[in-house]
Unconditional design. Structure first.
Length: 193
Protein backbone atom coordinates (compact mmCIF):
# COMPACT_ATOMS: atom_id res chain seq x y z
CA UNK A 1 0.00 0.00 0.00
CA UNK A 2 1.54 3.29 -1.04
CA UNK A 3 1.27 6.42 1.05
CA UNK A 4 -0.74 8.06 -1.73
CA UNK A 5 -3.75 5.75 -1.42
CA UNK A 6 -3.48 4.58 2.18
CA UNK A 7 -6.90 4.29 3.82
CA UNK A 8 -6.84 3.06 7.39
CA UNK A 9 -10.54 3.57 8.11
CA UNK A 10 -11.62 0.70 10.36
CA UNK A 11 -8.04 -0.17 11.41
CA UNK A 12 -6.45 -0.14 14.83
CA UNK A 13 -3.37 2.03 15.31
CA UNK A 14 -0.99 0.61 17.88
CA UNK A 15 1.51 3.03 19.43
CA UNK A 16 5.07 1.83 18.98
CA UNK A 17 7.39 1.83 22.04
CA UNK A 18 9.22 4.95 20.80
CA UNK A 19 5.97 6.96 20.85
CA UNK A 20 6.28 8.65 24.24
CA UNK A 21 3.75 11.45 23.75
CA UNK A 22 1.65 11.26 26.95
CA UNK A 23 -1.58 11.33 24.92
CA UNK A 24 -0.65 8.28 22.88
CA UNK A 25 2.02 6.17 24.65
CA UNK A 26 0.82 2.54 24.82
CA UNK A 27 -2.45 3.50 23.17
CA UNK A 28 -4.74 1.80 20.70
CA UNK A 29 -6.66 4.15 18.43
CA UNK A 30 -9.54 3.03 16.24
CA UNK A 31 -9.52 4.99 12.96
CA UNK A 32 -13.02 6.22 12.09
CA UNK A 33 -12.17 8.14 8.91
CA UNK A 34 -9.04 8.43 6.78
CA UNK A 35 -9.03 10.23 3.45
CA UNK A 36 -7.33 13.07 1.57
CA UNK A 37 -8.45 15.49 4.30
CA UNK A 38 -6.60 13.61 7.06
CA UNK A 39 -7.58 11.04 9.66
CA UNK A 40 -9.73 10.89 12.75
CA UNK A 41 -9.94 8.20 15.42
CA UNK A 42 -10.86 7.38 19.00
CA UNK A 43 -8.33 6.15 21.56
CA UNK A 44 -10.09 3.07 22.95
CA UNK A 45 -7.89 2.08 25.90
CA UNK A 46 -7.78 5.25 28.03
CA UNK A 47 -10.62 5.18 30.56
CA UNK A 48 -11.11 8.36 32.58
CA UNK A 49 -12.26 8.63 36.19
CA UNK A 50 -15.67 9.79 34.95
CA UNK A 51 -18.53 7.26 34.83
CA UNK A 52 -21.47 7.35 32.43
CA UNK A 53 -23.65 8.25 35.41
CA UNK A 54 -21.53 11.35 36.15
CA UNK A 55 -21.42 12.32 32.49
CA UNK A 56 -25.18 12.05 32.08
CA UNK A 57 -25.67 14.18 35.22
CA UNK A 58 -23.39 16.84 33.71
CA UNK A 59 -25.41 16.98 30.48
CA UNK A 60 -28.75 16.94 32.33
CA UNK A 61 -30.01 13.61 31.03
CA UNK A 62 -31.43 11.12 33.54
CA UNK A 63 -29.63 7.79 33.10
CA UNK A 64 -32.31 5.18 33.63
CA UNK A 65 -30.21 2.29 32.26
CA UNK A 66 -28.31 1.54 35.47
CA UNK A 67 -26.45 -1.40 33.87
CA UNK A 68 -24.02 1.07 32.26
CA UNK A 69 -23.93 3.68 35.05
CA UNK A 70 -20.44 2.73 36.26
CA UNK A 71 -18.87 2.24 32.83
CA UNK A 72 -15.99 4.66 32.29
CA UNK A 73 -16.04 7.48 29.79
CA UNK A 74 -12.92 7.25 27.63
CA UNK A 75 -10.31 9.86 26.82
CA UNK A 76 -10.67 9.65 23.04
CA UNK A 77 -7.86 12.05 22.20
CA UNK A 78 -6.58 15.58 22.59
CA UNK A 79 -8.79 17.23 19.95
CA UNK A 80 -12.06 18.76 21.24
CA UNK A 81 -11.90 17.05 24.67
CA UNK A 82 -15.08 18.86 25.68
CA UNK A 83 -17.06 17.11 22.93
CA UNK A 84 -18.60 13.65 23.15
CA UNK A 85 -18.23 10.85 20.60
CA UNK A 86 -20.16 7.58 20.65
CA UNK A 87 -18.62 4.65 18.79
CA UNK A 88 -21.34 2.03 18.45
CA UNK A 89 -22.96 -0.97 16.84
CA UNK A 90 -25.48 -1.27 15.29
CA UNK A 91 -26.43 1.69 13.17
CA UNK A 92 -29.31 3.89 14.13
CA UNK A 93 -31.16 6.86 12.77
CA UNK A 94 -29.19 9.51 14.66
CA UNK A 95 -28.86 13.20 13.76
CA UNK A 96 -25.09 13.13 13.21
CA UNK A 97 -23.35 9.84 12.40
CA UNK A 98 -20.63 8.57 10.12
CA UNK A 99 -20.50 5.00 8.91
CA UNK A 100 -17.17 3.25 9.51
CA UNK A 101 -18.01 -0.23 8.25
CA UNK A 102 -21.08 -2.38 7.65
CA UNK A 103 -21.94 -2.52 11.37
CA UNK A 104 -20.06 0.27 13.18
CA UNK A 105 -20.75 4.02 13.33
CA UNK A 106 -19.56 7.11 15.15
CA UNK A 107 -22.26 9.49 16.38
CA UNK A 108 -21.84 12.96 17.88
CA UNK A 109 -25.44 14.07 18.36
CA UNK A 110 -27.27 14.21 21.69
CA UNK A 111 -30.18 12.08 20.47
CA UNK A 112 -28.11 8.90 20.82
CA UNK A 113 -27.38 9.73 24.46
CA UNK A 114 -31.06 10.34 25.15
CA UNK A 115 -31.82 6.90 23.69
CA UNK A 116 -28.98 5.23 25.64
CA UNK A 117 -30.26 6.81 28.86
CA UNK A 118 -33.57 4.95 28.60
CA UNK A 119 -32.11 1.70 27.26
CA UNK A 120 -33.23 2.31 23.66
CA UNK A 121 -29.81 3.07 22.17
CA UNK A 122 -27.15 0.73 20.82
CA UNK A 123 -26.17 -2.03 23.25
CA UNK A 124 -22.54 -2.01 22.12
CA UNK A 125 -20.99 1.41 22.55
CA UNK A 126 -17.99 3.38 23.71
CA UNK A 127 -18.41 6.96 24.86
CA UNK A 128 -15.35 9.18 24.62
CA UNK A 129 -14.50 12.78 25.20
CA UNK A 130 -12.26 14.12 22.48
CA UNK A 131 -10.67 12.43 19.50
CA UNK A 132 -7.32 11.93 17.80
CA UNK A 133 -6.87 13.84 14.56
CA UNK A 134 -4.23 14.09 11.84
CA UNK A 135 -3.88 16.62 9.03
CA UNK A 136 -3.49 15.41 5.42
CA UNK A 137 -0.50 13.01 5.15
CA UNK A 138 0.44 13.47 8.83
CA UNK A 139 -0.59 9.95 9.85
CA UNK A 140 1.19 8.44 6.86
CA UNK A 141 4.39 10.25 7.86
CA UNK A 142 4.07 9.09 11.48
CA UNK A 143 3.75 5.50 10.25
CA UNK A 144 6.89 5.91 8.11
CA UNK A 145 8.68 7.30 11.20
CA UNK A 146 7.79 4.08 13.07
CA UNK A 147 5.38 5.75 15.52
CA UNK A 148 2.45 3.47 14.72
CA UNK A 149 1.58 -0.01 13.53
CA UNK A 150 -1.75 -0.44 11.81
CA UNK A 151 -3.78 -3.61 11.78
CA UNK A 152 -7.26 -4.50 10.67
CA UNK A 153 -9.34 -7.18 12.37
CA UNK A 154 -9.97 -10.21 10.15
CA UNK A 155 -13.74 -9.77 10.49
CA UNK A 156 -16.42 -7.59 12.10
CA UNK A 157 -16.93 -10.00 15.00
CA UNK A 158 -13.23 -9.80 15.97
CA UNK A 159 -13.25 -6.02 15.57
CA UNK A 160 -16.31 -5.58 17.76
CA UNK A 161 -15.00 -8.01 20.38
CA UNK A 162 -11.90 -5.83 20.80
CA UNK A 163 -13.88 -2.57 20.68
CA UNK A 164 -16.82 -3.43 22.89
CA UNK A 165 -16.10 -6.56 24.93
CA UNK A 166 -12.38 -6.55 25.76
CA UNK A 167 -11.45 -4.78 29.03
CA UNK A 168 -9.60 -1.53 28.32
CA UNK A 169 -6.40 -2.74 30.01
CA UNK A 170 -6.32 -5.73 27.61
CA UNK A 171 -7.10 -3.91 24.34
CA UNK A 172 -3.46 -3.14 23.51
CA UNK A 173 -2.45 -6.81 23.66
CA UNK A 174 -5.65 -7.83 21.84
CA UNK A 175 -4.84 -5.44 18.98
CA UNK A 176 -1.20 -6.55 18.87
CA UNK A 177 -2.30 -10.20 18.74
CA UNK A 178 -3.99 -9.41 15.40
CA UNK A 179 -0.48 -8.92 13.99
CA UNK A 180 0.44 -12.51 14.84
CA UNK A 181 3.61 -11.96 16.87
CA UNK A 182 4.81 -11.44 20.42
CA UNK A 183 4.43 -7.80 21.61
CA UNK A 184 7.92 -8.02 23.14
CA UNK A 185 9.30 -8.15 19.59
CA UNK A 186 8.28 -4.52 18.95
CA UNK A 187 11.29 -2.28 18.50
CA UNK A 188 11.54 1.48 18.82
CA UNK A 189 13.96 1.69 15.89
CA UNK A 190 12.73 1.74 12.31
CA UNK A 191 14.43 -0.66 9.96
CA UNK A 192 14.94 -0.04 6.26
CA UNK A 193 16.16 -2.58 3.73
Amino acid sequence: MSLDNMNLTGHFLIAMPNLTDPYFAKSVTFICTHNQDGAMGIVINRPTDMSYETLFEKINIKLEDTAIANDPVLYGGPVQPERGFVLHEPFGDWDSSITINEKTSLTTSKDILEAVAVGAGPKKLIFSLGYAGWTPNQLEQEIVQNSWLSVQAKDIETLNKILFETPHEEQLNAAISLLGFDPAMLSDVAGHA
